[in-house]
Design a protein around this ligand. Structure first.
Ligand code: JFZ
Length: 325
């Protein structure tokens, strides 16, 4: 795989899928007004309680083949899947940590592997999201330095289970979990087109460099996004849903944008963009030299919500009639 694919294949599909998809934005009678994948931090749910979601996570209607085919029909050329989000739960069979979809759920399947196979079949490129800094399962997960809260007033770090921020040492989490899991995702699923790191708050320059070197070593043609931190990476992830004012030059750029107002599934978020808005956005971003990475959160059974599926259908039809970029 050549690295210059990025400027040709301007349209990608991102999926935020994890344990958070199961409560679907609600916890004990309260609706999460914030993005769904932040539910654990929003309601400060102890790991002992949150991890029990795994016991009933069984997305039996998940079908990687039909989702990838649908993305392809919609004109998308690459996929980006959450292999592990801030909650710390791996969505693939990890030997590093049993807190993963294969070992901890009745599902006993590896969706990332199934997606990888479907991508190969339909000739889409595969990229993986991995939260390398924030990890709420690990006592030394990042986000405990400086300001401990994000814009919504939620903790970056798990200070509900592990309140002693001063005693935390990200280097321990980095060595025992992050590096070994990054190695896993780089070596298990064939060629990757990119790794989508996120929210670098705690990583040192050396740690960002080390992850970059691992990517180079195991996947020489795999791009790294700028959220690896410390000014590194091959391309810039712009702010969420951001459209730059003018044409970007001197590099590769991507805007991740979600189809409603959450990245992870929330049953009550029905604020979907129209296919017309999507097509317009795709055109405007492409004219500014920016890729469009469109996100949808699969539901607890592993389905793309019907409304999102239908909007993607419409985009596909538009692509057919008006030609592809
Ligand atoms: C991060 C995550 O915290 C969030 O859950 C989701 O995965 C999203 C795609 O990425 O949130 C961010 C990170 C960076 C910015 C905004 C939200 N930013 O730079 O504007």
């Amino acid at each position: 795989m050549e690295k210059n694919w990025f400027s040709q294949d301007r349209f990608g599909f991102m999926m935020h899928w994890g344990l958070y998809s199961l409560p679907a934005g609600e916890w004990k009678g309260q609706q999460c007004e914030y993005i769904g994948e932040w539910l654990q931090s929003r309601f400060r749910i102890p790991n002992a309680e949150y991890s029990r979601l795994a016991e009933c996570f069984n997305p039996v209607l998940f079908d990687a083949d039909s989702i990838v085919k649908h993305a392809r029909d919609c004109g998308m050329r690459y996929l980006v899947l959450t292999s592990k989000h801030h909650e710390g739960f791996a969505m693939y069979r990890s030997e590093v940590d049993p807190y993963n979809i294969y070992d901890a759920t009745p599902f006993k399947r590896d969706p990332i592997l199934e997606f990888a196979e479907a991508c190969y079949k339909y000739d889409l490129k595969l990229g993986l999201y991995y939260s390398q800094d924030l990890d709420w399962k690990d006592p030394d997960g990042g986000g405990y330095t400086a300001d401990h809260t994000n814009v919504g007033g939620m903790s970056w770090t798990n200070d509900w289970d592990y309140p002693n921020n001063d005693g935390k040492e990200y280097a321990r989490c980095f060595e025992r979990k992050i590096k070994p899991q990054v190695k896993e995702i780089l070596t298990r699923f064939g060629d990757l087109c990119l790794i989508w790191f996120d929210t670098p708050l705690t990583l040192s320059v050396a740690q960002s460099q080390e992850l970059c070197h691992m990517v180079r070593m195991y996947q020489p043609n795999c791009l790294v996004n700028s959220r690896i931190g410390n000014g590194l990476g091959d391309y810039s992830s712009l702010g969420d849903n951001q459209i730059p004012a003018g044409r970007k030059s001197g590099g590769l750029f991507e805007t991740a944008a979600t189809l409603n107002d959450t990245w992870g599934y929330k049953s009550f978020d029905q604020n979907w963009k129209s296919s017309r808005e999507m097509v317009t956005l795709l055109g405007r971003l492409a004219s500014r030299n920016v890729n469009y990475l469109l996100n949808v959160g699969p539901d607890p059974l592993g389905r793309i919500p019907a409304k999102a599926w239908q909007i993607m259908d419409e985009v596909g039809r538009w692509m057919e009639t008006c030609g592809e970029a």
